[in-house]
Ligand binder design. Sequence first.
Ligand code: HEC
Length: 91
Amino acid sequence: MNRFIKAAALVPLLAASPVLQAADAGKALVDRNCMSCHGDAVYTRENRRITTLEALKKQVTRCELSLGLKWFEDDINAVTSYLNKNYYHFE
Ligand code: HEC
């Protein structure tokens, strides 16, 4: 009985975790690496330069390269989608 209750309680956690991890990975990368030159105000300023999702990904790549971070495609995608979801809201 006890064991059954524990297993049942774990199911929703396991189902939700990949989504949570993806969102948190992007945020964690930005918080750790991207605050030295600009904070998050550049993402929401009135005359921001980025106007498409594609341009956002390019800019993430450009800034990441200038830091010499050697991110994988997965990291760039996680950061792009984190910024899009929280600041840019492109389709
Ligand atoms: C070496 C300094 C530096 C670091 C570190 C840096 N950036 Fe940037 N970033 C810039 C500069 C410079 C601009 C252009 C600002 C402007 O046009 O006024 C910019 C602009 C941006 C923009 C576009 C803002 C807009 O106008 O819409 C995004 C998105 C961005 N950076 C993402 C990142 C991410 C993600 C990281 C972490 C990987 C990062 N930046 C780290 C220098 C940096």
